[in-house]
Design a protein around this ligand. Structure first.
Ligand SMILES: [Zn+2]
Ligand SMILES: [Zn+2]
Length: 365
């Protein structure tokens, strides 16, 4: 079948809408007619080749839509189901066997390989030549996605697909980091560095977890204002004051989340912790970026620094939980989303990069 997809031809090139041909589904694959897709920072750093995704490629990994066809072995969803798409994993390696698909041994091949990990093929082609796709098992910057049974999640009818789309990456990354990994006690203090989509979702989750103090750290006053509207109890402008001092004045952080990718912010996110505090790292810099930490800060306080991928969530369990929180009005993430038509994808990407918009969501239909 013919589909329309946004293709990135080369490093840093614009997203160009083109007609592609889609081949047959394999047994474990699911054809999704995409209704909406969020744009995530990861799409932009792959376009710019911070991560070596082969190009030309169809990116996009926060898609939601309606199942139109399923492979012979698919049982979890059927044509007509409304679904969100999330990250992909192998299902067979030691970490997948422990239910931790976010740390799949083949995570890179399944999400950044931009081809079917089994044999390097692509269901997508242009004039007979294969085009790299299957990005995060979905390549959702398209009217149709070939996903896998493993990375689709059936959605409650209550949530619009446009709101649900970013749940599959950015929203679950922020919320899952708090609710699945850092798990602050009621009354705790959590500091979140970076008030983008991931950071704001984390702040909302910290309030849901009953934290007494949720400290938003950013360098943009408008983002800090938004963070306060969404439940941050304190806002620290790191361009004007030292966030470590500011957080220590509040008694220090029991947990912190670094969602900017900046080594200086990571250093501060560790230094602001109380003894035994945990710093979760979700902000991605380019490959090879290093950070310096004071060894004795880690050692003498028993502090922990740990990476977190996709909020360590099992999407089929965690997304319905987030949708229920959204339905109850406790998780109003649509407050920081903005809609764009599919053909406005470059403007949407630009608005995300300039900071004008927190989470652009493309509408395909
Ligand atoms: Zn695996
Ligand atoms: Zn993402």
């Amino acid at each position: 079948m013919r589909i329309t997809a946004a293709v990135v031809e080369s490093k840093g090139a614009p997203f160009a809408l083109q007609e592609l041909e889609l081949g047959e589904l394999r047994d474990d694959e699911v054809l999704v007619e995409v209704a909406a897709s969020g744009i995530c920072h990861t799409d932009l750093i792959c376009r710019d080749q911070w991560y070596p995704v082969p190009l030309p490629a169809v990116l996009g990994h926060e898609g939601a839509g309606v199942v139109r066809a399923v492979g012979a072995a698919v049982a979890a969803v059927a044509p007509g189901d409304r679904v969100a798409m999330s990250y992909d994993s192998c299902g067979a390696c030691p970490t997948c066997a422990r239910g931790l698909g976010a740390y799949c041994h083949s995570f890179f091949e399944h999400n950044f390989g931009a081809s079917r990990p089994a044999d390097g093929s692509s269901a997508y082609s242009r004039d007979g030549d294969p085009v790299h796709a299957h990005f995060f098992g979905q390549s959702s910057f398209a009217t149709h996605s070939v996903a896998r049974e493993r990375n689709v999640v059936k959605l409650d009818d209550a949530i619009p697909l446009e709101v649900a789309a970013p749940f599959g990456c950015g929203i679950q990354t922020g919320a899952g980091s708090i609710l699945n990994v850092l798990r602050p006690e009621p009354g705790a203090t959590v500091a979140v560095f970076g008030a983008g989509a991931v950071g704001l979702a984390a702040m909302l989750a910290a309030r849901i977890a009953g934290c007494a103090r949720v400290v938003a750290v950013d360098v943009r006053p408008s983002r800090l204002e938004l963070a306060r509207e969404l439940g941050a109890t304190h806002a620290v402008d790191a361009s004007r004051e030292d966030p470590v001092e500011a957080i220590r004045t509040l008694g220090g952080a029991d947990a912190s989340l670094e969602a900017t990718g900046s080594p200086a912010a990571l250093r501060a996110a560790v230094d602001c912790l109380v003894p035994t505090g945990v710093c979760g790292v979700v902000g991605a810099p380019a490959f090879g970026v290093e950070v310096s930490l004071d060894v004795n800060t880690i050692l003498t306080g028993g502090r922990v620094v740990r990476g977190i991928v996709e909020g360590e969530s099992v999407p089929q369990e965690f997304l319905p939980r987030l949708v229920e929180l959204w339905r109850r009005g406790e998780f109003p993430v649509e407050r920081f989303m903005a809609s764009y038509d599919f053909d406005e994808i470059d403007r949407a990407a630009h608005d995300a990069e300039s900071g004008a918009v927190v989470k652009p969501v493309l509408r395909m239909v």
